[in-house]
Design a binder for this molecule. Sequence first.
Ligand SMILES: Nc1nc2c(ncn2[C@@H]2O[C@H](COP(=O)(O)OP(=O)(O)OP(=O)(O)O)[C@@H](O)[C@H]2O)c(=O)[nH]1
Ligand SMILES: [Mg+2]
Length: 439
Amino acid sequence: MTQHPPIAAPATPLLPSAVSIVRVSGSDLRAFLKPWISLPEPRRAALRWLCWGGYRERALVLFFPGPESYTGEDLVEFQVHGNPLLVRRLLEHLASLGIRLAEPGEFTRRSLLNGKQGLLEAEALRDMISAATDTQLREAQARSGGVPPWLAEAREAIAPWVARAEAAVDYGEEEGIVLDPAELRRALEPLRTLFQAERERSRAAGWLREGIRLALVGRPNAGKSTLFNALAGEDRAIVTEIPGTTRDVLEVRCEWAGLPLYLFDTAGLRDTEDPVERLGVARVAAVLEKVDLILHLIPATDPGADPEILERLAPYEGKVLELRTFGDQLTDSRVGAETWTVSALTGELGALEDALRERFLGGQAPDACLGALASQRQRELLDELVLQLEIFYQLPDNPPPEMPASLLQGLWALLLRLTGEDRAEAALDQVFAGFCLGK
Ligand SMILES: Nc1nc2c(ncn2[C@@H]2O[C@H](COP(=O)(O)OP(=O)(O)OP(=O)(O)O)[C@@H](O)[C@H]2O)c(=O)[nH]1
Ligand SMILES: [Mg+2]
């Protein structure tokens, strides 16, 4: 195991609280702490007086000798009173003992380098800590098992082909080892289907992980704020029968029907003389740019969409969904069965739930999307895997042996990148930048 210098960090936020935990980890940690305190028995909590530079703190100390620790190296936890100043002073004292402050995610990075967990697990952990809704929490937890079975199986299926392709390059002529592209393609076919299916699943899981940004737009009084409040589950926006009630853009983060959402309520789109309302309308443009879906609300009692609004929404064509509101006021079938109709007033929102599932989750329920690879890094690699596999199907009939060999190696390299086994520092930096201090 590589030697790592000792590091320290607060594992709890620097806020006045009951308890603060300071974590220290390092290959040779015992030697650094020995001149200062006597460590307790492994994994047994013990009270110790910590004394330094005029401070005297009674702390609960825990010692986890490596490799049976989170980082895989010696790890000590100090549980002290939850005073941020005290924690800072303790960290300064540790620095004077040669134990520097850790970078964000450095503890987890070490656990990775010491083989305690894989990159997929570390990413799940990072996402679990930052999850803001129940679905996001469960989504991250569903990935905590690390390498999913399908990925492990795919690797097992590809490994012998990588070896065979290498052998064909190295000894093909003397030994008569040839790689028949048709045979290779047949062997890869199940993976082709699998990778494509997993890519679909990972796209859906990605929406759950990141949340869906939804803008509610429409003419004044179309019911935007009423729907906004219904989805948010709280009375955030003012609702009146006066057109032009909403002036500013309102934003709320919520979970509705298992979908993590960022909702934007906007001013009704219309030409108006009112200077305040005009500013509100101008702000809508910025929102339309950044959202994933624009819900164009049209009262079901209106003959159709307002042409002026349609013109404004034209640049965003691919991400506009027309939603009929005031469904409770429908007395006949003026609105065709193919349109989505809801009533925020009576809470009949099933059509919206269906529409969102169809658009973002491939028609699935949120729970059915849990467990797929979901981070942006993972999704991008899965896209590359699908592309890389397609190239095998464009190979000529009798390719030089180097061709399939290098393609297979490329495929293999992607699989290693996905699980972080290629140990590419840049990828690790990217992942660990998202961690908090002390994790
Ligand atoms: N019957 C019925 N009334 C609704 C429905 N949705 C909204 N309303 C009523 O329509 C009026 C306007 O609703 P708002 O939610 O304020 O409409 P808005 O689109 O936000 O309007 P502005 O902010 O002025 O652009 C209010 O009186 C609501 O109670 C619905 O689904 N059915
Ligand atoms: Mg409104």
